[in-house]
Write a protein that binds this ligand. Structure first.
Ligand code: GRF
Length: 209
């Protein structure tokens, strides 16, 4: 197969979606290579897993910078030093400066635990419960300068049960997040490489449980 696309993952915390991407990228025929994991928090639990997989990590805190722009310049320098071609956001909790977002638009994915465009921003699972919807889910989407507004790449739906609270619904959604993110990254890379017509596995997925 052709050379693998160099992907950097951006996290701020637990990193369970990061893990699924790292695991997927171990497959010989997976089109991405995870070349680094970046966190804006030194205490992000996901860093330890990345290191145990011999993936280079970097931590830069926004607290050491006096503006969003200067922090994003340091982030950009790190990603360029790694030779990143695509960025996969996985629980990364910082909004990018406009210049950074514009530079990387078309080369960034994010996963969000709602069926976008519903329930953007923080606590989307609680937003879904508050709205009383009966179907919730997850979306892998392209990142653009506007928060949670880039085109969806892949979505998965789950039921909302009457007995749900934010924790139980989040857990059900997280399960499908772990299924769609590796698939979405693969599809996104294949589309970039081959164009629409040759994209393999173009599937939209609904899990009933
Ligand atoms: C996930 O629910 C993801 O959709 C959201 O933040 C959470 C991160 O979880 N953006 P993890 O760090 O991947 O475990």
């Amino acid at each position: 197969m052709s050379a693998k696309t160099k992907v950097a993952i951006l996290i701020s915390g637990r990193g369970s979606n990061m893990r699924t991407l790292i695991q997927a990228a171990k497959q010989e025929d997976y089109p991405a290579e995870i070349i680094g994991v970046f966190s804006n928090r030194a205490d992000a639990a996901g860093l330890e897993f990345a290191q145990s997989e011999n993936i280079q990590t970097a931590v830069i805190s926004q607290k050491d910078f006096d503006s969003r722009e200067s922090f994003c310049e340091a982030l950009d320098a790190q990603l360029e030093a790694w030779g990143a071609e695509l960025l996969a956001h996985a629980g990364y909790m910082r909004i990018h400066a406009d210049g950074f977002a514009q530079k990387w638009t078309g080369k960034m994915l994010n996963i969000h635990p709602s069926l976008l465009p519903s329930f953007k921003g923080l606590h989307p699972q609680q937003q879904a419960l508050d709205a009383g919807v009966k179907i919730a889910g997850a979306t892998v989407h392209e990142v653009t300068p506007e928060l949670d507004a880039g085109p969806p790449v892949l979505q998965a739906a789950v039921p909302v049960l009457d007995s749900d609270n934010a924790e139980s619904l989040s857990a059900r959604i997280l399960k499908v997040e772990h299924q769609i993110y590796p698939l979405a990254l693969k599809q996104f890379i294949e589309k970039r490489t081959n164009g629409d017509s040759e994209t393999a596995d173009q599937t939209n997925l609904i899990w009933p449980n």
